[in-house]
Ligand binder design. Structure first.
Ligand code: ADE
Length: 227
């Protein structure tokens, strides 16, 4: 998978992809991440990429031309499956969307700033708009990083133990059951007997029940597919 991130702050991504599972995916060549400074596509020598909103009002708007220029240049070299705009008014990212995107080949991620992006870019170039939550960030960069992480770890071959992504919270619409490791007795707090029993079928059953109970208690909306 190739991910092209268009941003006015490429340096914000420094180090973010240098660790753990994402690092491994990049090292294996399963995923490539390319950063593009939108200012390289600015129309003037001041490298401006924003302008005042028509009709007045506070804040600046990201201009269409530099964005379109950058997207077009990338699209000349390869076909993109999606051009995704990170924005608080987009569709809420969830595990289902991450799963779907992890099967794609080439994605462009556009990070917004200021008051937003000229609507004509959204209408004519963006194929999907995603939000990572109902709160407003200073820009789309952190949202893009979250999206990249959620997708790349799911690309087949990235996780050592293939089944471990399948047992993540949300993969089956449930939260994960509690987990324990040694010691079996810590300060008198004991690991549930069932986990020490060696009885695989009973342990599986216990985990499923715990996942259901936990989901009912903490995130009941998930069981109705709306939380
Ligand atoms: N840009 C600013 N806030 C955002 C959010 N919550 N999700 C995605 N992009 C954003």
């Amino acid at each position: 998978m190739r991910l092209d991130i268009i941003t006015i702050f490429p340096a914000m991504f420094t180090g973010l992809f240098d660790f753990s599972i994402i690092r491994r995916a990049l090292d294996k060549g399963v995923a490539e991440i390319h950063l593009h400074d939108l200012r390289d596509h600015a129309l003037n020598k001041y490298r401006n990429v924003d302008d005042y909103p028509y009709g007045g009002g506070a804040g600046m708007v990201m201009m269409a031309e530099p964005i379109v220029e950058c997207i077009s240049q990338l699209s000349n070299d390869r076909l993109y499956d999606e051009v995704i705009f990170l924005t608080p008014d987009g569709q809420l990212l969830d595990q289902g969307i991450a799963n779907e995107l992890s099967l794609k080949g080439n994605l462009i991620l556009l990070c917004g700033h200021y008051k937003g992006v000229d609507e004509r870019v959204r209408e004519h170039y963006i194929t999907r708009e995603l939000s990572i939550g109902n709160y407003v960030l200073s820009g789309g960069e952190l949202a893009a990083a979250v999206l990249v992480d959620s997708i790349v770890r799911l690309i087949p071959g990235v996780l050592g133990d293939e089944s471990s992504a399948l047992s993540d919270s949300f993969q089956d619409g449930l939260l994960s059951p509690p987990v324990y490791t040694r010691p079996a007795d810590y300060k008198g707090w004991k690991v549930p007997d069932i986990l020490l029993s060696g009885h695989e079928a009973k342990i599986r059953e216990w985990r499923i029940q715990q996942a259901i109970d936990r989901t009912k208690k903490r995130r009941p909306g998930l069981l109705e597919d709306k939380d």
